[in-house]
Design a protein around this ligand. Structure first.
Ligand SMILES: [Zn+2]
Length: 295
């Protein structure tokens, strides 16, 4: 009968079993699809259907081979993967958050608890978290999935929340202000704490003023042993700007970022000082990485 969604990799089960005892009809306006399903499976999987089937049923059809039908408001592309999760057959693989969002909405609506659990796992799959963390966060919040929302919030740290584009910007229409505010507070708090760590290093004489972080050219000699090397001052300025946008260590401790600061510092020996300061930088990175990273 119906074909599977083109974006869904599914098993070959066709929902046309001869021993099915009820038919779900999709909402596709032109050619609704029929899914021949088993009440017992739906009733075990869903309190919604269990309650529905426990109600007195209408008079049976005069035609003995005609099964009762239930029109549903989901399209074929949603109903097909949903039922594949519910049935004891291989789960479909959802390849887009669009699809996952719609199937999750239907699973929540019909109270398919085991399917909701499976979809929660899909929602925080690495592919979705890395490419669309804000959208994953939004979907998780919308369905009250706080564990998943927390995980997704960590992955938003590399995103500029005030410059969202495309799908992520569109997703803001589906997010309540409170949930977005929580993300903003996470970013702001982490940014401020990270900058405090950096300034602590700078303030410690033994570390920066003439100790570990020093440049033999611009602050390492007995004549110029005051303050920080020029590269550190430049790096800190750039790091502050970057951390206010993306409060993670990924960019600011990258070689490109460090050497960019060193090259712009105006001191030919500062590049070497960056390398010699690796331990201070590693400790600082570890301290920032250990800051709270979720809502
Ligand atoms: Zn220098």
């Amino acid at each position: 009968m119906m074909s599977c969604s083109s974006s869904t990799i599914s098993s070959s089960y066709e929902f046309d079993s001869p021993d099915a005892d009820v038919v779900l009809v999709s909402s596709d306006p032109v050619s609704p699809s029929q899914f021949h399903v088993h009440r017992c499976i739906l009733a075990v999987a869903s309190p919604f259907f269990r309650d529905m089937f426990s109600l007195p049923q209408g008079p049976s059809s005069s035609c003995s081979d005609k099964l009762p039908t239930i029109p549903v408001s989901e399209s074929r592309d949603v109903l097909d993967p949903l039922l594949r999760f519910v049935y004891p057959i291989p789960d479909p693989i959802l390849v887009s958050l669009d699809e996952l969002d719609k199937v999750l909405a239907a699973a929540v609506k019909y109270e398919f608890d085991a399917t909701i659990r499976a979809l929660r796992g899909f929602l925080i799959s690495p592919a979705f978290l890395h490419t669309s963390p804000v959208r994953v966060y939004s979907i998780a919040c919308r369905y009250g999935l706080m564990d998943e929302a927390k995980i997704a919030s960590r992955y938003t740290l590399g995103t500029d929340l005030l410059q969202l584009e495309g799908v992520a910007a569109e997703e803001l229409k589906n997010m309540v202000a409170w949930d977005f505010h929580r993300l903003l507070m996470l970013h702001k708090g982490r940014s401020e704490a990270a900058l405090a760590f950096i300034r602590t290093v700078e303030a410690e004489e033994g570390l920066c003023g003439g100790g570990v972080v020093k440049c033999v050219q611009c602050n390492g000699s007995m004549f110029t042993a005051q303050g920080s090397p020029k590269w550190w001052i430049e790096w800190e300025k750039r790091a502050e700007k970057e951390l206010k946008i993306r409060p993670t260590t990924e960019v600011i401790f990258g070689l490109e970022f460090l050497y960019g600061a060193a090259r712009s510092a105006g001191c030919i020996r500062c590049t070497g000082s960056v390398v010699e300061s690796w331990k201070v930088l590693a400790d600082l990175k570890e301290a920032i990485d250990s800051l709270p990273s979720t809502i």
